[in-house]
Design a protein around this ligand. Structure first.
Ligand SMILES: NC(=O)c1ccc[n+]([C@@H]2O[C@H](COP(=O)([O-])OP(=O)(O)OC[C@H]3O[C@@H](n4cnc5c(N)ncnc54)[C@H](O)[C@@H]3O)[C@@H](O)[C@H]2O)c1
Ligand SMILES: [Zn+2]
Length: 363
C-alpha cells in the first residue's frame, strides 16, 4: 500500500492508495475513529458497484452502517439535497463520534463533506473517492461545499477528512470522458509545481491513456503528494494554494456560460489552461517552446480541444464574476515555466481577450 501523510497538525491524515483497498475500508477507518457508526453517503450509480464491498468491510470491523443516497449529478450538489442527507443523519441518530463517509466522485464527496462539517458542528469525515478527479483533487484538502443558484461552491466550509481511501480499481468502471476529466487536473500538478512530473506524463502518455495499473497508481500518488504539499503550506488559500486554480478562471467561465452541461470540469480546465498559456506567452512569462509543449502533452493524452467559439467578451465578463476578482482586477495564475506558475493581476482586458482568440485558433 502507498501511504501519504498530509501534515496539518492535529488535523493531519493519511491518503491510502492501493488496488483492492476497498475491502479494508473498515480496518482503515477503525484506525482513526473509535465510534460505532458509519453513515455512508453515495449515489445510485456508484453504490451498486462498490457499496457492498465497502459495507461488508465496515461491518467486519464492527461498525453499524447506515446509507443515504443523493441523486447522481452536479445539479444535485445543493442545499436541498444536503438537507435530505442531514434529515437521514438525524433519523439514524448519528452521534458526535460517528463517521460520515463519502463513496463516489467529487459531487458526493463535496456534499457529504459539507454535511459532515455542519452536523453537530462537525463529525469525522472519510473520503472514498471513485473518480480520477476526486482521487487526485477533491478528496484531498478539506474544501467541502454545495452550489448556490448564483454560483458554484458558494456555500461551504473547510473540513479536512480524517482519512482518504483510494482504490484505483474503481477507475475500471469509470466512463472514458470522466477519466479524461481527471487527467486535466493531473497535468495541472506538473505544470504548477513539478517539471519532473510533467516529463513523466510526457514519457508515459500512452500508458496513462491505456490505464496501465502501475502508472495509474503513480499519477494518483504524485498528484496527491503535490496537492498535499500545497495544502500543508496554505490550508485556507491565503496564498500559494491559489496556484491550484491555474486555468480555472477561464474554465469556470466556460462552464458557467454553458450551464455546466456541455463541458466536464476537467475539459473546461484544459481549454482554460491553454488560454492561460497563450496569455503567459504573450506576456513573455513563457516562450513558444513551453506553450507548444503544454498543448502537445494534452494532445498526447488525447484531452486537447480548442477553446470553444464563444464571444471572448462574454467569456471575459463571466470571468469577472469568478471568486478570484480583487478590487475589480482579475487575479490569474499563469505558467512561468514548466513546473512553476505565478499569480498576477497585470493582464488587462484586451490581453485576456486576445489570448482567448488565440486559444480558439489553436496552434
Ligand atoms: N473540494 C475540492 O477541492 C474540489 C476540487 C475539484 C473538484 N471539486 C468538485 O468535484 C465535482 C466533480 O467531481 P467528479 O468529476 O468526480 O464528478 P462526479 O462526482 O459527478 O462523477 C462523475 C460521474 O461518474 C460517476 N462515477 C463515480 N465513480 C464511478 C465509478 N468508479 N465508476 C463508474 N461511474 C462512476 C458518478 O456517479 C458521476 O455520474 C464538482 O462538483 C467540483 O466542484 C471539488
Ligand atoms: Zn479543478
Amino acid at each position: 500500500m502507498q501511504r501519504l501523510k498530509v501534515n496539518l497538525g492535529e488535523r493531519s491524515y493519511f491518503i491510502n492508495i492501493e488496488a483492492g483497498i476497498l475491502e479494508r475500508t473498515g480496518e482503515i477507518i477503525k484506525e482513526i475513529n473509535s465510534g460505532k457508526q458509519v453513515f455512508l453517503v453515495s449515489n445510485p450509480t456508484v453504490f451498486p458497484l462498490y457499496g457492498e464491498k465497502v459495507t461488508d468491510s465496515l461491518k467486519r470491523a464492527g461498525f453499524n452502517v447506515e446509507t443515504a443516497f443523493m441523486p447522481d449529478g452536479e445539479r444535485y450538489k445543493n442545499l436541498h439535497e444536503a438537507m435530505k442527507i442531514l434529515d437521514k443523519a438525524v433519523e439514524f441518530n448519528l452521534e458526535r463520534s460517528s463517521v460520515v463517509a463519502a463513496l463516489g466522485g467529487g459531487v458526493v464527496g463535496d456534499l457529504a463533506g459539507f454535511v459532515a462539517a455542519i452536523y453537530q458542528r462537525g463529525v469525522d469525515f472519510v473520503q472514498i473517492p471513485t473518480t480520477l478527479l476526486s482521487q487526485v483533487d477533491s478528496s484531498v484538502g478539506g474544501k467541502v461545499a454545495v452550489n448556490h443558484p448564483q454560483g458554484k461552491n458558494l456555500i461551504g466550509s473547510f473540513h479536512q477528512p480524517r482519512t482518504v481511501i483510494i482504490d484505483p480499481i474503481t477507475l475500471n468502471t469509470l466512463e472514458e470522458k470522466e477519466y479524461k476529466n481527471g487527467l486535466g487536473e493531473v497535468v495541472k500538478y506538473g505544470l504548477i509545481y513539478d517539471a519532473e512530473f510533467f516529463n513523466f506524463l510526457e514519457e508515459n502518455a500512452n500508458a496513462i491513456k491505456n490505464k496501465e495499473p502501475d502508472v495509474v497508481v503513480e499519477i494518483i500518488y504524485r498528484s496527491c503528494a503535490i496537492k498535499s504539499i500545497i495544502v500543508e503550506k496554505d490550508e485556507k488559500e491565503a496564498g500559494i494554494r491559489a496556484l491550484l486554480n491555474l486555468g480555472h478562471t477561464f474554465g469556470h467561465a466556460l462552464e458557467k456560460l454553458t450551464d455546466y452541461e456541455v463541458y466536464g470540469h476537467g475539459e473546461a480546465l484544459v481549454m482554460g489552461t491553454v488560454a492561460a498559456a497563450f496569455l503567459a506567452r504573450d506576456k513573455k512569462h513563457i516562450g513558444d517552446a513551453e506553450l507548444v509543449r503544454i498543448i502537445n502533452l494534452y494532445k498526447k493524452l488525447d484531452i486537447y480541444k480548442p477553446f470553444p467559439l464563444i464571444d471572448p467578451e462574454q467569456v471575459y465578463s463571466a470571468m469577472l464574476n469568478d471568486k478570484k476578482v480583487m478590487k475589480g482586477r482579475l487575479r490569474l495564475v499563469l505558467p512561468n515555466s514548466i513546473g512553476s506558475c505565478l499569480i498576477t493581476d497585470e493582464a488587462d482586458k484586451i490581453e485576456i481577450i486576445n489570448a482567448i482568440k488565440k486559444a480558439q485558433q489553436g496552434i
